[in-house]
Design a protein around this ligand. Structure first.
Ligand SMILES: NC(=O)c1ccc[n+]([C@@H]2O[C@H](COP(=O)([O-])OP(=O)(O)OC[C@H]3O[C@@H](n4cnc5c(N)ncnc54)[C@H](OP(=O)(O)O)[C@@H]3O)[C@@H](O)[C@H]2O)c1
Length: 259
């Protein structure tokens, strides 16, 4: 029986991974902070006839990350697919003296991804099979402050890991979504009204496209032709043009100050 471990598997993209993987016969290990939401998701997945383990963990806490890493390396309970999905927007000024939000972003979306990917790879290598999927973002191809820098790291890290694991049977994919309907934007307190409808995608088709790319062993997955075209342009346009576009996206997302 195949087993997938999904971080942030209780909401948005992670919840879509949990549901779709369960429907495809995977048993699940779900990781997130909120116990009640983990229980609700586990009940839903168990009703689909699958086994679910819950690991309540805050991936900004290094001891909790070690606990999840140990689960990934457990030789008696192998994990076939790791989905490093937990994350959030870091929408804080780069000159704010309080760097707490940036620190949390690095811990959850960089350090935890590094530690958990390594643990998963060490667990998978002796079996000569497995897949690691890191949820990055198209934001990593433009310049929206810390969040873009973090996601550029996730994509670059995933490419590096795919080179290190080439020929071992363990694949690595960086999933780079554009705007997806989830709780992400509301949690970050950013407005999305200026984002045109055609740039939004639902989590379910995104996840199905990503899993197809994982099966093909694709290293960078950018679902939808629209976004592949936009990212092609972003990679080939002058950097000064990308900075200008990034600047206008950033200012359009700030909530107006209510006096
Ligand atoms: N939505 C988009 O437009 C979009 C676009 C590109 C990329 N992404 C990326 O997609 C991933 C998933 O985002 P989403 O849109 O699905 O957001 P979401 O609906 O807000 O879900 C985030 C999930 O991550 C978990 N999580 C957050 N902080 C955590 C922590 N410190 N430790 C453990 N779990 C944590 C949350 O559960 P708890 O709060 O209970 O911990 C929740 O399950 C993120 O990496 C995000 O950067 C999103």
């Amino acid at each position: 029986m195949a087993v997938a471990l999904v971080t942030g598997g209780t909401s948005g993209i992670g919840a879509a991974f949990a549901r779709i993987l369960a429907a495809r016969g995977y048993d699940l290990v779900l990781v997130a902070r909120t116990a009640s939401r983990l229980e609700d998701m586990a009940t839903e997945i168990r009703a689909m006839g699958r086994t679910v383990e819950i690991l309540q963990a805050d991936l900004a806490d290094r001891a909790d990350v070690s606990k999840v890493a140990a689960r990934l390396e457990d030789p008696d309970n192998p994990i076939d697919l790791l989905v490093n999905n937990a994350g959030f927007s870091v929408h804080t000024s780069l000159i704010d003296p309080d760097v707490g939000a940036h620190d949390r972003g690095f811990e959850v979306m960089c350090r935890a991804v590094l530690v958990l990917s390594g643990a998963a790879a060490r667990g998978m290598l002796p079996r000569g099979t497995g897949a690691i999927l890191n949820v990055s973002s198209t934001a990593g191809f433009i310049t929206l402050g810390s969040y873009s820098a973090i996601k550029a790291w996730v994509t670059s890290f995933s490419e590096g890991l795919s080179i290190e694991l080439k020929g071992t049977g363990v694949t690595v994919t960086a999933l780079c979504p554009g705007w997806v309907h989830t709780e992400f934007h509301e949690r970050a307190g950013v407005t999305t009204s200026s984002i045109p409808n055609f740039l939004w995608i639902d989590a379910e088709p995104l996840v199905k496209a990503a899993l197809k790319d994982v099966e093909r062993g694709k290293v960078i997955s950018i679902p939808t032709v629209r976004y592949r075209a936009l990212i092609w342009l972003a990679r080939h346009a002058p950097k000064s043009a990308i900075r200008k576009i990034s600047g206008s996206i950033s200012s359009s997302r700030r909530k107006p100050v209510v006096q």
